[in-house]
Write a protein that binds this ligand. Structure first.
Ligand code: HEM
Length: 197
């Protein structure tokens, strides 16, 4: 019975952790794009995003991760025979990588604060998709366990990577065209103002 309680709260922890992992990636993109704004909007937006990133990391993401792991350890103490399962070994490997990604996000927050950050918004959009791939594979492993169809899973991961890359490229193209249109419009307006005065 305890096992089921731990499992239920393990899933609650996973939901909180991933809410943070998904949102932090979005905030990084907005934070980076705030550089393109004129002053004083740039400084105001950057300070606001900095604050939101730090709070999200400290108040949601890290507690979500710790809670997920504590509940997982409680499950393993209750049912230690699980430690012999190959699916769990694979899952632990992926979770270790995910924890690495979590800490990398913490490093990015510090780099942004110190103005040492060099990534572009398109690269950040790519980085933002990393947790989705982890989520899909870890959940598949947790549900299918040793029966996981590895070929379908590998194709699904590949399909996701290709789809994300294509969507990011298309969106970048759309943004570039919108910016060019806006710049042309601004030039026309200033020409009209010039000839009116
Ligand atoms: C230290 C890391 C983790 C360990 C040791 C761990 C271990 C476990 C164990 C032992 C179960 C119970 C399996 C069962 O009763 O059938 C479980 C269930 C589950 N875990 Fe994890 N887990 C970890 C992290 C994660 C993460 C990061 C996710 C999500 C991305 C996740 C998603 C799930 C889900 C959805 C279930 C429910 C599966 C089911 O009942 O069919 N776990 N986990």
């Amino acid at each position: 019975m305890n096992y089921l309680w731990f499992k239920a709260f393990h899933i609650v922890g996973v939901v909180a952790w991933f809410a943070g992992l998904f949102y932090i990636g979005r905030l990084f993109v907005y934070h980076r794009e705030a550089n393109e704004q004129p002053e004083p909007a740039r400084t105001i937006l950057q300070q606001q995003y900095q604050l939101m990133e730090k709070r999200l990391y400290k108040i949601i993401m890290t507690p979500g991760m710790v809670f997920t792991v504590i509940m997982a350890i409680a499950m393993l103490i209750t049912a230690p025979e699980l430690l012999k399962e190959p699916w769990l070994h694979a899952k632990l490997g992926l979770v270790a990588l995910l924890v690495g990604y979590h800490h990398y996000c913490g490093r990015l927050i510090k780099q942004m604060e110190q103005g040492k950050f060099t990534w572009g918004s398109q690269q950040l959009r790519g980085l933002n998709e990393v947790p989705t791939i982890f989520l899909v594979v870890i959940v598949l492993l947790a549900v299918f366990k040793n029966q996981l169809p590895t070929d379908i899973t590998a194709w699904a991961v590949l399909g996701m990577i290709v789809a994300f890359a294509a969507i990011i490229q298309l969106y970048a193209r759309k943004r570039r065209l919108d910016q060019e249109k806006q710049a042309a419009l601004n030039t026309d307006v200033s020409k009209m103002e010039g000839s009116a005065s």
